[in-house]
Ligand binder design. Structure first.
Ligand SMILES: *Cc1c(COP(=O)(O)O)cnc(C)c1O
Length: 395
């Protein structure tokens, strides 16, 4: 849908015509004044919704005080956010970065360093089919998206894939060069794919038996998205390394890798980045994490999640959709036919933003503060759009 007004932008993704102008909570407005109920939220990024008062206040206050001293100098928000993340978990240390891919790269570096220290240089990371770990060259090799291995050859070495959810295949792929297992506890970009019960515990047992690190990419599932602060809490399994991104910044570029004392093996000079741990983003991170890591807040996520599941299951029945899957406020509806793009386009016309994660899968990632009325409104709009699109298909 490229038109003359966007010719100065590289071709990254075909964007619809409206230019987004402002947002508040669960709503976005374009420059023409049209309002959208937003169940994408910047791709599960605005955990507290658009223009959240905590985020705006943290940005304004910190911007007026100190934006960037230098990554080689301490700043208070970074110290506070590291303490906050470590205090509520089994992790010992944190390193901050600016994007999810960058945090995952840091986790892979830590695993390879750990392999040098403890596993005679073993460096291979087992990842999973359908995985999404980001778009740097190494993370494209770690991901399991169709065509990604051949897009920008040569493919970065050191990653080998196994089927997601398959413990036997994982066990069979482990060799002397394997140093870590890396995966998302729920695959987000693949269309909210939830693995079988016991999968994470099985991977933890495999890692322990073979002396491997377990790396969880919680860039999409972390920071309250599934109803617990970390997604892995549902499984009672402890990873050695964990990455956060998206929701931790509440809309600003902030990511983190968290490590147990054993896995936090960087020495001076091995990792860095100009904007890593800058006070402006860490101040926002502090506001987001302290808001989300509250029992009442998380109870709200769980309650809205139950409402989403029941509502989507009802819609699935009416429209003979195949499956509703997800947890907390990360959901997908698998349709019988590959009509997700049409549904997304018509929903946007009707004032609702949702995502087509696959040709036959719709994905929902609302603000963690979405209200019961907003969920109801989303379900109503989606119901009528599904009705219209499937009626058009039949003709
Ligand atoms: C979005 C995402 C990433 C990549 O994050 P960026 O900030 O886009 O680099 C990595 N892993 C998962 C699970 C994601 O959802």
């Amino acid at each position: 849908m490229s038109t003359s007004f966007d010719t100065a932008l590289m071709k990254i993704t075909p964007r619809p015509l409206p230019v987004m102008a402002c947002g508040a909570g669960s709503f976005l407005w374009d420059e023409a004044g049209k309002r959208y109920l937003d169940f994408i939220q910047g791709w599960a990024v605005n955990s507290l919704g658009h223009a959240a008062p905590e985020v705006s206040a943290a940005l304004a206050e910190q911007a007026a005080r100190l934006v960037t001293p230098s990554p080689a100098l301490h700043n208070r928000p970074q110290l506070e956010l590291a303490e906050l993340l470590v205090a509520g978990s089994d992790f010992a240390q944190v390193h901050f970065a600016n994007s999810g891919a960058e945090a995952n790269e840091a986790a892979v570096k830590l695993a390879r360093k750990w392999g040098q220290l403890h596993r005679a240089g073993a460096a291979e990371i087992l990842t999973t089919d359908g995985a999404f770990h980001g778009r740097t060259l190494a993370m494209m090799a770690a991901s399991g998206k169709p065509n990604w291995d051949t897009m920008f050859p040569p493919r970065a070495p050191g990653f080998r894939r196994v089927p997601f959810g398959d413990l036997d295949a994982t066990a069979a792929a482990i060799g002397p060069q394997t140093v870590a297992l890396m995966l998302e506890p729920i695959q987000g970009e693949a269309g909210v794919v939830v693995p079988p019960a016991g999968y994470l515990a099985g991977l933890r047992a495999l890692a322990d038996r073979h002396g491997l690190l377990l790396i969880l990419d919680e860039i999409q599932t972390g920071v309250g998205r599934t109803g617990t602060f970390f997604g892995f809490e549902h499984e009672g399994v402890r990873p050695d390394l964990l990455t956060l991104g998206k929701g931790i910044g509440g809309g600003v570029p902030l990511s983190a890798v968290l490590a147990t004392a054993d896995a936090a093996c960087f020495e001076f000079g091995e990792q860095g980045g100009t904007y890593n741990g800058n006070p402006l983003m860490c101040a926002v991170g502090n506001a987001v994490v302290s808001t989300v890591r509250d029992a009442d807040f998380l109870a709200g996520v769980v309650a809205r999640g139950v409402q989403m599941r029941i509502g989507l299951e009802r819609l699935a029945e009416c429209h003979s959709a195949l499956e509703v899957r997800g947890r907390g406020l990360l959901w997908a509806l698998r349709l019988r036919d590959p009509i997700a793009e049409q549904v997304v386009t018509q929903a946007m016309t009707a004032g609702l933003l949702i995502n087509a994660a696959r040709p036959d899968v719709l994905r929902f990632m609302p603000s963690l503060r979405v209200t019961a009325a907003e969920v109801q409104q989303m379900l109503a709009i989606l119901g009528s759009v599904l009705q219209a699109v499937t009626a058009a298909e039949v003709q």
